[in-house]
Design a protein around this ligand. Structure first.
Ligand SMILES: Cc1cc2nc3c(=O)[nH]c(=O)nc-3n(C[C@H](O)[C@H](O)[C@H](O)COP(=O)(O)OP(=O)(O)OC[C@H]3O[C@@H](n4cnc5c(N)ncnc54)[C@H](O)[C@@H]3O)c2cc1C
Length: 362
């Protein structure tokens, strides 16, 4: 049985960030990832500028900028009857970009590998148990491989297997669904991200390169067929167009750490996708968990690193969750959201303020 200091389940932004920082600190680190990268993922593909400082600390900012991407100079909110309001986004080094997750996630996972993490793709974690004498975890994969690790990190997304196997995941409820596809970029789309309210839900649109548009649809399962028909007509798509799908869009947050178990990214807390912040939380929580794990392994800590991580995790969301909750309230009632867009046309500072609260560079 191979033994590691830290085993990370999931090689998305949270897992790769945690794996890279742990390996860079000299820990024997393994990342177990179900898929073979590069793989696409249901996401709006937008990188909030808050990601840049973490990417710089990973030595990745320039390499991310070299990937094919769309630069987003503004966000355009469109109300149900088509009224629009445009809010400028930061420019220069702190600009928001849209980049395909297949490219972004593969680059990050490769960085974790460069820094010394062992990467096992096409490896699905299927069972977990605690080892005798409080000696960490025994991790089994569906292919029959077995690993041991002193610390376990669940970085396996909103439907986290780690959380489920540890009986932490709330029961699935009937929730909204998201569809996502990359479609041909309409002529003259411009350098903007569009957030469009529709009677059935909402749509997000962002150019990810010179040829492709990321198109997301969010609705409840009952209204999704109508929203899909809207998208087919609006963007001249075939009825059999292939969409990726994910659910839930919302679920209760979990305590991000207990003894020898850390949850990072979506596994710990899922935020409303409308605000496009999930990748930042994934990268930063991966970094914070790595700092705590390094302290545990060194045995030199005045404050309990588990408590420290839980506090830093809470602080990361502090002062931001109300905007997220407001967005959630708005998107659950698109007519209210549309009213908000009308109001913002009269008083644009409201929307500018909310956007600045979400799109920030530190
Ligand atoms: C419709 C929609 C639009 C969004 N748009 C944006 C946006 O524009 N900007 C933004 O910042 N955020 C956005 N988000 C949120 C963002 O996608 C997530 O917050 C982000 O992907 C979380 O990263 P993660 O690493 O925690 O999890 P994930 O990216 O979900 O990665 C988890 C990884 O774990 C692997 N895994 C799962 N189970 C196992 C297992 N049992 N064994 C091994 N591996 C496993 C998966 O294959 C996956 O690679 C959006 C979300 C949705 C739903």
């Amino acid at each position: 049985m191979e033994t590691f200091d830290v085993a990370i389940v999931g090689g998305g932004p949270a897992g790769s960030s945690c794996g890279a920082f742990c390996a860079a600190a000299g820990l024997r680190t393994i990342v177990l990832e179900r898929e073979k990268f590069p793989r696409e993922k249901v996401c709006g593909d937008c990188l909030n500028p808050a990601c840049w400082p973490v990417l710089r600390r990973l030595g990745m900012a320039e390499r991310v900028r070299q990937l094919p991407h769309g630069i987003l100079y503004s966000v355009e909110f469109i109300a149900i009857r088509g009224r629009k309001i445009v809010v400028d986004l930061p420019s220069g080094e702190a600009s928001e970009i849209a980049v395909k997750r297949s490219l972004f996630d593969a680059l990050l996972l490769r960085r974790a590998s460069e820094l010394g993490a062992h990467i096992c793709e096409e490896t699905t974690v299927s069972a977990l148990s605690k080892r005798a004498n409080n000696d960490g975890w025994r991790i089994e994969t569906s292919g029959g491989r077995i690993f041991a690790a002193k610390t376990l990190v669940g970085a396996d997304g909103r439907n986290s297997t780690v959380a489920r196997l540890c009986n932490l995941l709330p029961r699935p409820s009937r929730e909204r669904v998201a569809l996502q596809a990359h479609i041909p970029l309409p002529a003259d789309f411009g350098n903007r991200v569009v957030l469009q309210f529709l009677p059935e839900g909402y749509s997000g649109q962002a150019p990810v390169n010179r040829e492709e548009l990321n198109l997301c649809l969010v609705s409840n399962p009952f209204n999704m067929p109508a929203l899909r028909r809207w998208a087919e007509k609006q963007f001249s798509l075939q009825q059999n167009h292939q969409w990726r799908t994910i659910t839930p869009l919302t679920r209760a947050a979990l305590a991000p750490a207990r003894e020898k178990l850390f949850l990072v990214g979506d596994a710990a807390r899922v935020v409303e996708p409308f605000t496009g912040e999930g990748i930042y939380y994934a990268l930063r929580s991966g970094e914070l968990a790595a700092q705590a794990i390094v302290k545990i392994m060194s045995g030199k800590c005045d404050v309990d690193p588990v408590t420290e991580y839980a506090e830093a995790h809470a602080a990361m969301y502090r002062g931001r969750l109300w905007v997220n909750q407001l967005s959630r309230a708005a998107v659950l009632a698109p007519r209210f959201a549309s009213f908000f867009v009308h109001l913002a046309r009269v008083q644009p500072s409201i929307l500018r303020l909310l956007t600045a609260k979400i799109v920030r560079s530190n």
